[in-house]
Design a protein around this ligand. Structure first.
Ligand code: AMP
Length: 190
């Protein structure tokens, strides 16, 4: 299986590039943000819990996220691989992902770090909020999400470097150039 972690700050293009990767490589997509938004829409207990955190720009507790992720992963049949979009976001989540894959005879093939400068992230997220109406894409919550990214999520860069899975991708510029760089990184580990 081809198991890809697509990584980056909010607004770095993880969702957009994931769609292109899914189309080209025929793998399954897990966006933990999308899973949570669907739960909120359906008014489930999980959705109610998640909404409180999401609206504050905070992360959902690791124990909850790890269970959600494993259930989604196990729902795929005859999968050629999975792209993990928005997970892991903390070191305990990365450790749990490694363990979960190991128990299934799998491992992360590559971690792609989409790097985009902070002012550009802010611009993109404000524009996205105007188009999509995503409740957490407003200036105040975006700022909180970026703080959370720097404090809790960015330490994963060194974690994946140490794990030998890290690939840097310049996430600024033409969509197709970024995608070409991503494909080159994936094809090296395929
Ligand atoms: P995203 O769509 O990936 O930007 O996620 C939107 C929000 O969902 C985040 O700001 C978090 O509140 C929550 N979320 C998504 N994925 C995770 C995760 N792996 N761990 C904790 N919270 C998450």
């Amino acid at each position: 299986m081809l198991n890809i972690v697509i990584f980056g700050a909010p607004g770095s293009g993880k969702g957009t590039q994931s769609e292109k990767i899914v189309e080209k490589y025929g793998i399954n997509h897990i966006s933990t943000g999308d899973v949570l938004r669907a739960e909120i829409k359906n008014g489930t207990e999980l959705g109610k819990t998640a909404k409180g955190y999401i609206d504050q720009g905070q992360l959902i507790p690791d124990s909850l996220m790890v269970d959600i992720l494993a259930a989604k992963f196990d729902s795929f049949e005859n999968s050629k691989g999975v792209i993990f979009d928005g997970f892991p976001r903390t070191i305990p989540q990365a450790e749990a992902l490694k363990q979960m894959l190991k128990e299934r005879g799998q491992e992360v093939s590559v971690m792609l770090d989409l790097e985009v400068p902070e002012d550009e992230l802010m611009d993109r997220l404000i524009k996205r909020g105007q188009m999509s109406g995503r409740a957490d894409d407003n200036e105040e919550t975006i700022k909180k999400r970026l703080v959370v990214y720097h404090s809790q999520t960015s330490p994963l860069i060194d974690w994946y470097k140490q794990d030998g899975k890290y690939q840097h991708i310049n996430g600024l510029g033409e969509l197709d150039r970024i995608f070409a760089d991503i494909c080159a990184a994936i094809d090296k580990v395929k």
